[in-house]
Write a protein that binds this ligand. Structure first.
Ligand SMILES: *[C@@H]1O[C@H](CO)[C@@H](O)[C@H](O)[C@H]1NC(C)=O
Ligand SMILES: *[C@@H]1O[C@H](CO)[C@@H](O)[C@H](O)[C@H]1NC(C)=O
Ligand SMILES: *[C@@H]1O[C@H](CO)[C@@H](O)[C@H](O)[C@H]1NC(C)=O
Ligand SMILES: *[C@@H]1O[C@H](CO)[C@@H](O)[C@H](O)[C@H]1NC(C)=O
Ligand SMILES: *[C@@H]1O[C@H](CO)[C@@H](O)[C@H](O)[C@H]1NC(C)=O
Ligand SMILES: *[C@@H]1O[C@H](CO)[C@@H](O)[C@H](O)[C@H]1NC(C)=O
Ligand SMILES: *[C@@H]1O[C@H](CO)[C@@H](O)[C@H](O)[C@H]1NC(C)=O
Ligand SMILES: *[C@@H]1O[C@H](CO)[C@@H](O)[C@H](O)[C@H]1NC(C)=O
Ligand SMILES: *[C@@H]1O[C@H](CO)[C@@H](O)[C@H](O)[C@H]1NC(C)=O
Ligand SMILES: *[C@@H]1O[C@H](CO)[C@@H](O)[C@H](O)[C@H]1NC(C)=O
Ligand SMILES: *[C@@H]1O[C@H](CO)[C@@H](O)[C@H](O)[C@H]1NC(C)=O
Ligand SMILES: *[C@@H]1O[C@H](CO)[C@@H](O)[C@H](O)[C@H]1NC(C)=O
Length: 486
């Protein structure tokens, strides 16, 4: 039975048409050829990279959806598409410049070129990528201004241009990033004030990292920032003035770090509202006044780093409630009074540095509960009394400095601390006034000791400078086999 000729013709036409129209929804879209404009955009992009990287990996065929780092398809506003939607080429040793042709990948939602060696300026055409949600250009060698190239990214959610050499005064002065969740511009050379426009336009910002730039001026630009902010990093800039009150309304804050700026004024008692805070880093600024004693509300706190300021008054006793605390660093301030802190519940504490303050009274005996304590520095204070016997339980200790205090009973201190088997450095200089070097000393302990500083003499493994304590040192340490060669 012969089929009518027109049947074959229709079938033929149908096949041709279907392939022409890309009528193959049932096929894996990875085997489809690229949209021609996506293909030429990618080839142009590769053409601007120096040879030897993906230029070689991307084959000559036109099925670009199979190429390494290229993802096609997915959905765009509920409509399924077979266009290039993601370009993920992180850590691919890309050298060269970023081609303006990328702007032709109009369905692109993710562009990740982090950790490459890309150089030159950002093409302004990038601003046309209206569907782009994630842009990561971090860790390249890009330079120049960015606002014109990025301000049109109306769908952007995560924008990371950190660790490049970008520079611009008054960054993002007129942007409308209404969907922005995370902005990371750290480690560049941006200057000028922080534009409130970033916070004004986005109501759901959760991450803002401006650290390691040259921003200056006050922090009022933060006043309109989303109350859902979780991570705020402003370290290593030249910000000045007091902290804006609005900061204490950002109840979701988990990380607040402002170190190495010129921020002044007090920390408010309102700090008590930031109950999600895990990390509070305010070191190397000009803060003064008391550290608010409100830590019974900050039960998630793991890091409190406030060294090199002018904080005065007592050590906040409510820190005793922060059972997750790992790092407490308040050195180089003007704190006074006794170390009136119950360490019993601080069992995770790993580093305690209260050096260079005006603290007085005895060493806290409850510290012996901090079995994970590795670093203990209480140097340059006015502490007195003897080293509590239960410090022998501080078995994780690596570094101890009690120098420049008024401690007593050197032989007691040594017989306690020699039991801390991992101790490598022990600094006891300028204490034990009027005491003699003990004649009989413990020799069993100090299994790991590398450096012992005592009185005005210093013993260093490998280079011995000694005066009065030489006899003592030779008994305690040189007698042991591993130091015999010293
Ligand atoms: C990038 O490629 C385009 C054409 O492919 C070329 O005109 C331009 O000079 C290239 N730019 C660089 C910096 O290589
Ligand atoms: C890469 O190599 C091809 C041919 O080997 C050459 O045509 C092209 O100009 C080279 N591209 C760059 C950026 O050096
Ligand atoms: C691409 O084509 C060139 C020459 O046309 C050939 O030398 C090269 O091996 C091809 N690359 C791949 C990955 O097929
Ligand atoms: C293929 O396209 C469909 C939608 O058309 C999409 O769900 C799927 O993720 C795509 N596959 C690949 C590998 O891109
Ligand atoms: C890419 O750039 C890096 C750093 O500038 C350089 O070490 C490397 O040799 C370059 N690779 C190529 C293929 O040009
Ligand atoms: C980009 O890729 C790197 C490396 O895989 C990853 O760490 C980073 O989170 C990615 N960036 C974004 C915005 O997803
Ligand atoms: C860049 O920053 C964003 C937001 O902070 C983050 O999601 C992303 O992982 C970062 N990228 C890299 C490579 O660290
Ligand atoms: C910002 O990006 C850098 C990578 O350059 C990353 O290490 C850092 O964690 C990011 N900051 C935040 C707050 O996510
Ligand atoms: C800052 O960026 C430089 C390159 O601009 C890089 O070498 C350095 O590792 C970055 N620092 C951090 C902390 O990421
Ligand atoms: C942000 O909004 C506040 C008031 O909501 C306004 O005073 C300020 O001028 C705005 N900033 C910018 C840069 O638009
Ligand atoms: C320290 O706290 C523990 C419980 O965490 C409590 O049993 C003890 O009585 C407290 N010590 C002082 C001196 O308040
Ligand atoms: C002492 O040091 C050893 C070797 O570094 C380590 O395995 C051990 O866990 C340490 N002990 C304590 C109590 O930290």
């Amino acid at each position: 039975m012969a089929l009518p000729r027109c049947f074959w013709l229709t079938l033929f036409q149908c096949c041709v048409l279907s392939s022409l129209l890309g009528f193959s929804l049932s096929l894996d879209n990875r085997t489809q050829s690229c949209d021609p404009s996506d293909l030429s955009a990618l080839k142009e992009f590769a053409g601007n990279l120096t040879n030897g990287s993906i230029v070689k990996l991307w084959s000559n065929d036109s099925v670009c959806c199979k190429w390494i780092g290229v993802v096609c398809g997915g959905e765009n506003n509920g409509e399924s598409v077979t266009r290039v939607t993601k370009l993920i080429l992180s850590e691919m040793s890309l050298n060269g410049t970023i081609s303006p042709s990328l702007a032709k990948l109009e369905y692109l939602t993710v562009l990740n070129l982090s950790y490459n060696h890309l150089e030159g300026k950002l093409p302004q055409e990038l601003s046309k990528l209206k569907n782009l949600k994630f842009l990561d250009l971090s860790h390249n060698m890009l330079l120049g201004p960015v606002s014109k190239s990025l301000s049109g990214l109306s769908s952007i959610e995560v924008l990371n241009i950190s660790s490049n050499s970008f520079s611009e005064d008054f960054l993002f002065q007129s942007v409308e990033f209404t969907h922005l969740l995370a902005l990371n511009v750290s480690n560049n050379s941006f200057t000028g004030k922080f534009s409130s426009q970033i916070c004004n336009s986005s109501k759901a910002l959760h991450t803002l990292d401006l650290s390691s730039n040259r921003f200056d001026g006050n922090l009022e630009g933060l006043n309109n920032c989303s109350l859902s902010l979780q991570r705020l990093h402003l370290d290593s800039n030249s910000f000045s003035g007091p902290l804006p009150d609005s900061l204490y309304s950002m109840l979701a804050l988990e990380q607040l770090s402002l170190s190495a700026n010129n921020i002044s004024g007090k920390l408010s008692n309102e700090l008590s509202k930031l109950t999600s805070l895990k990390s509070l880093v305010v070191s190397a600024n000009r803060f003064s006044g008391e550290i608010p004693n409100v830590f019974e509300n900050l039960l998630q706190l793991e890091h409190l780093v406030a060294h090199a300021n002018s904080f005065s008054g007592p050590l906040p006793s409510t820190l005793a409630s922060c059972s997750k605390l790992r790092v407490l660093d308040l050195k180089n301030n003007s704190l006074s009074g006794p170390i009136d802190l119950n360490f019993t519940g601080l069992t995770r504490l790993c580093s305690l540095d209260l050096a260079s303050n005006h603290l007085t009274g005895p060493l806290p005996s409850s510290l012996s509960y901090c079995h994970e304590l590795k670093v203990l520095s209480l140097a340059r204070n006015g502490l007195n009394g003897s080293v509590p016997e239960n410090y022998a339980e501080l078995s994780s200790l690596l570094f101890v400095s009690f120098s420049n205090n008024s401690l007593e009973n050197l032989s007691g201190a040594l017989s306690v601390l020699q039991k801390c088997k991992n101790l490598t450095t022990l600094i006891l200089t300028k204490n034990f006034h009027g005491e003699e070097i003990p004649q009989s000393v413990p020799t069993a302990g100090f299994q790991s000791l590398m450096v012992l500083a005592l009185g005005n003499c210093v013993f260093l493994r490998g280079s011995v400078k000694w005066t009065v304590c030489s006899i003592w040192i030779s008994r305690i340490i040189l007698s042991r086999e591993k130091y015999r060669k010293v």
